[in-house]
Design a protein around this ligand. Structure first.
Ligand code: SF4
Length: 333
């Protein structure tokens, strides 16, 4: 199969089409009777150049698996990932490795994502050498420029990751993602392992870089409050499905899916006169190995009706919502 769709530079930067990822769980020599875990279920979205999409949901909802499937760090089971019209999912490894220069990742855990045996200089120089970017002198200039952009002093280049705080290590992780001048960065919970005081600094840095460099981000988080000011659009995931998607402004102003409403109600509001009652979700997230029939959220939804157990609601635009606002709920008209 030809990995190239018709080349189209006017195509959106990223298109994810009907992406699915299943894992087979448990040991069996015959590979029969193994349970299937549906981590990502028929996920589709489009991301334009220079825009940021937030993917939000509780632990285990499939958001990190989705991020890794986009990069093919995990092979998707089916569906397509198109970068400027080129299909990553069918691309030969050699071509994919070249394309990886354009798509980088910032990992959640800055402690684990940096090699403890490499100096900061080696960490930043390695991708430039691998992709043969510029002359040796230009590579050094690029490292110096990136260090400055992420707020790190050039004097620390010969030190090792363990010598830095969590926030500084995440800055190094961001520098490593930026050094190849990617078009797209998958930021996988980049602040959730950091202290609250440091989170704001790293979020501000990502926001500045996004505006300055017009890089597109897929920003994965478990907290809607984190993505509110950084994302142009937000998709809320539950048990592998996107259940609501809208522009950031619209989603926070007019959440329609009961799950989004509960997530938003849990965000602390500093003004006591504007506080709304928190919607407490009862029960745990169901197992993705044995998800509920129909709507995956029905076992925790206070509005569930018999129809919710019978068929899975599709992610569609509803009456009185803008075209780009999509909700997967039988009861939202
Ligand atoms: Fe709740 Fe039913 Fe809507 Fe699912 S489809 S969110 S169970 S009302």
């Amino acid at each position: 199969m030809n990995h190239k769709e018709p080349s189209n530079k006017a195509a959106p930067l990223l298109q994810v089409k009907h992406l699915c990822k299943q894992f087979l769980i448990g040991k069996s020599l015959l590979k029969r009777h193994r349970a299937q875990l549906n981590a990502v279920n028929d996920v589709s979205f489009t991301l334009q150049k220079g825009k940021t999409l937030g993917i939000v949901g509780e632990s285990g909802c499939g958001k990190s698996t989705l991020g890794r499937c986009i990069l093919r760090l995990i092979e998707p089971s089916s569906g397509q990932v198109l970068i400027e019209g080129e299909d990553l999912t069918t691309m030969p490894a050699k071509v994919l490795n070249k394309m990886r220069k354009d798509i980088q990742i910032i990992f959640q855990d800055p402690y684990a994502s940096l090699s403890p045996r490499m100096t900061i200089h080696e960490i930043l120089r390695e991708p430039l050498d691998t992709h043969r970017m510029g002359s040796p002198r230009e590579r050094e200039e690029k490292i110096a420029q990136i260090m400055q952009e992420v707020g790190l002093r050039a004097q620390i280049l010969n030190r090792y990751p363990h010598e830095f705080s969590g926030g500084q290590r995440q800055r190094i992780g961001i520098a490593r993602a930026l050094v190849l001048e990617p078009k797209l960065i998958i930021a996988d919970e980049p602040v959730s392992a950091l202290d609250v005081s440091v989170q704001a600094q790293v979020l501000n840095l990502i926001s500045d870089l996004k505006n300055k460099r017009a890089i597109s981000f897929v920003f994965i988080a478990h907290d809607l409050a984190v993505v509110q000011h950084i994302c142009d659009e937000v998709a809320v995931m539950y048990l592998g499905h996107i259940v609501e998607q809208a522009s950031s402004e619209e989603l926070y102003r007019n959440p329609r899916h009961p799950y989004t409403q509960s997530l938003l109600s849990a965000i602390p509001v500093p003004n006591p006169h504007k506080r709304s009652k928190a919607i407490i979700l009862t029960g745990d997230v169901p197992s993705p190995i044995n998800p509920p029939s129909g709507c995956a959220f029905r076992t925790r939804c206070q509005f569930a009706k018999p129809i919710c157990a019978q068929s899975q609601p599709q992610l569609t635009t509803k009456k009185e919502t803008p075209e780009a606002h999509k909700i997967a709920c039988h009861l939202v008209q």
